[in-house]
Write a protein that binds this ligand. Structure first.
Ligand SMILES: [Zn+2]
Ligand SMILES: [Zn+2]
Length: 232
């Protein structure tokens, strides 16, 4: 039996909106490379399956043999049940219970963001952040936000972002069971084409590779060079 997933491998469970069907679902991922979408947390661990979803994303590395979703898609219900047992055995009991409890509490609170700290960059700072999209602004102006006045220096620092059609996105980080300190907000510019390709909207979960650009110290900005989601 392979090692269980949970606290030790930094498992994170995030409530999110499915970009294909709009359902409230949960994404569980960990440092081992697990990435699974569930309808509900806990036994029988119903995996989220909807028309837009490719089978490979429904199960990955939660079983001892790293069963892939392509196998899963061909399973009858008996075997699907066996996989549910496998998942149940492979997620630490106390972790599973903790996220279930946290999910219920979050539901009760109607997911009101209690306390969110905005994170600003310094120049060239790089980070990869994962979070729920809380805002998409198609009218934000990167020159204005970055405090670029006339002149080529600021424009040069923006690099390719000076010439792209951009969208400004805000995400909130923080997974179930994490403390409020982990709930941060990042606001960044990203190519409109990348957002269109992913087809994400408010409530969707994204992973954003960010880089800080500070042209004017009063106007630090983040730009996103790579945007992905748990489906890709
Ligand atoms: Zn793991
Ligand atoms: Zn769906």
């Amino acid at each position: 039996m392979g090692a269980r997933h949970g606290w030790w491998c930094n498992s994170k469970t995030v409530p999110m909106t499915c970009k294909f069907c709009g359902d409230q679902i949960f994404w569980l991922s960990c440092d081992c490379g697990s990435s699974v979408l569930f309808d509900e947390l806990g036994w029988p661990w119903p995996r989220h399956q909807c028309a837009g979803l490719t089978p490979k994303t429904t199960l990955s590395r939660l079983g001892p043999d790293d069963l892939s979703g392509s196998i899963l898609s061909r399973l009858d219900s008996d075997k699907a049940d066996a996989i549910a047992q496998l998942i149940d055995a492979n997620i630490e009991r106390d972790y599973a219970q903790a996220v279930k409890k946290a999910a219920k509490a979050t539901e009760r609170r109607q997911r009101q963001s209690a306390w969110v700290a905005r994170q600003d960059p310094y120049h060239r700072l790089e980070t990869t952040e994962r979070g729920i999209i809380t805002e998409i602004n198609r009218d934000a102006n990167i020159f204005k936000k970055a405090g670029v006045t006339a002149g080529a220096v600021g424009v040069a620092l923006l690099g390719q972002f000076a010439n792209l059609s951009l969208v400004q996105i805000t995400i909130h980080t923080g997974a179930l069971t994490e403390t409020e300190a982990d709930n941060c907000s990042f606001t960044f510019f990203v190519a409109e084409s990348a957002v269109e390709k992913l087809e994400v909207f408010r409530g969707c979960f994204v992973v954003a590779k960010l880089r800080g650009i500070v042209i004017s110290s009063r106007h630090p900005i983040w730009v996103c060079e790579d945007l992905t989601d748990p489906y890709s």
